[in-house]
Structures are given as structure tokens and as C-alpha cells.
Design a protein around this ligand. Structure first.
Ligand code: DX5
Ligand code: ZN
Length: 223
């Protein structure tokens, strides 16, 4: 049994008061700070990068869960690896041929934890070459790019498929993270399918009482 971990996404935070929002996450019992890095190419939106991650690293002891939605991640990977990330997630769709192995190697060599993300239409089979040595798989339950979107029905089936693949290769420590539209109404479904880490953007930061919202997500996920 792995306890459910909640990773609020700071894409929904108040950037003018980011330190307050980080403190709020700490008080609420967040396990990780989810950082959405978008380049305006792999996804239509443009968000934040290395300078913000460096400052976040100094501002909190919470581990940084960095979700790279950028084309050609190998070109910029070293900067992120040196910025203080804990988990570094690259997208399967941005890595061609041997690049997938190279990305995992470089993340591990830098002392960070490697994770691979899949867009909603990307099949789980792309995980096969590396799933044995991944720390985490991120299943996108919306098209990446924006917070506040609706959970794609059926994403829980993909979570279950990843869990089966991990068992088949004996990676019993693999964590499965779900990102997009996760809140009190959807957490039960994905947790039952085997998800361990819940990204919550709007469900946390748009809640009237974010700490209460986080506790509710945890309760419904553990139920
Ligand atoms: C979307 C990002 C998500 C997003 C989640 O591309 O990867 O992390 O911030 O936001 P919600 O929880 O509102 O769907
Ligand atoms: Zn994300």
C-alpha cells in the first residue's frame, strides 16, 4: 500500500503572491509542488522555467515535481537538473528513438527521479523500453496546456494499464501520477485504478478552502 500523495499545481497559484501560496500548500499537507513548464510549442501555452524553479527551491522544503511540456527536452535538460528538481517528467512524444533512454540516463545521473508523461492519445506501449527503471509515469487526463479542463472519461483505464505493465516488469515501486481535472469527483476513480499521485490545479487553488479541498481529495482517494 502506497499512501496517496497530492501535488498542487502552481499553474493555478497567484503568481504575485507565490510565496504565500507555497506556504498554503505546506500547511495543507501537499506532498509535492507540481511545476508546469510549457514552451508555447509542444503545448499552446507558455508558463515558467528554470529561474522560477531555482527560486522555488530556496522557498520551500517540499520536493519539486517538474512537468516538462517542452519540445526537444534534451537540449535544456541539464539546466533543469541543476535547478533543484526532485522528480523530472519528460513527455514521451518529445523523445525520438534513443533519446528516451538518454533522457532517463541523464535524469538519473544528475540524482533526480525520472518520470515519463503520456498525452491522452499516446498508447502505454511507448513506456515499454524504460518502465522498469522509471520512478513515475504521468498519465495526462486532459490535453496538456491549461488548468481547469474537464477530466477525460476513461483515463482511469490507462492508469490501470500502466499499473499492469509495471507489475509485469517487476517495478513494484513505480508511482502513477494523474494530471488534469482531478478533484473530489474524479480522484476515487483514478485511485481505484492504481494512481498514487494526484495533481490538483484548480481543485486546490480555486477552492474557497484549499486545505479542506486537499483533505477531501485525500479522503475520497483513500476510500
Ligand atoms: C495541464 C497541466 C496541469 C494543470 C492541472 O497541462 O499539466 O498540471 O495545471 O490543472 P487542473 O487540476 O485544474 O486540471
Ligand atoms: Zn502538469
Amino acid at each position: 500500500f502506497k499512501p496517496l500523495q497530492i501535488a498542487p499545481s502552481i499553474l493555478s497559484a497567484d503568481f504575485m503572491h507565490l510565496a504565500d501560496d507555497i506556504a498554503l500548500m505546506e500547511r495543507a499537507g501537499a506532498a509535492l509542488v507540481h511545476v508546469d513548464v510549457m514552451d508555447g510549442h509542444f503545448v499552446p501555452n507558455l508558463t515558467m522555467g528554470v529561474p522560477i524553479i531555482r527560486q522555488l527551491r530556496k522557498a520551500t522544503d517540499l520536493p519539486l515535481d517538474v512537468h516538462l511540456m517542452i519540445e526537444n527536452p534534451l537540449r535544456q535538460l541539464d539546466w533543469f537538473l541543476q535547478a533543484g528538481c526532485h522528480v523530472v517528467t519528460v513527455h514521451a512524444e518529445t523523445l525520438y528513438g534513443a533519446e528516451l533512454d538518454q533522457a532517463v540516463d541523464r535524469i538519473v545521473e544528475a540524482g533526480c527521479l525520472p518520470a515519463l508523461a503520456l498525452r491522452p492519445r499516446t498508447p502505454v506501449e511507448v513506456l515499454a523500453p524504460v518502465i522498469g527503471r522509471l520512478h513515475m509515469v504521468l498519465v495526462m487526463s486532459v490535453e496538456p496546456g491549461f488548468s481547469g479542463q474537464r477530466y477525460h472519461e476513461g483515463s482511469e483505464l490507462k492508469v490501470a494499464a500502466v499499473a499492469r505493465m509495471a507489475r509485469a516488469v517487476g517495478n513494484h515501486d513505480l508511482l502513477i501520477e494523474v494530471d488534469g481535472g482531478i478533484g473530489p469527483a474524479t480522484v476515487g476513480l483514478v485511485a481505484a485504478a492504481g494512481a498514487d499521485v494526484m495533481v490538483c490545479g484548480s481543485a486546490f487553488f480555486d477552492a474557497a478552502d484549499p486545505a479542506r479541498a486537499l483533505a477531501e481529495v485525500r479522503e475520497r482517494g483513500d476510500a
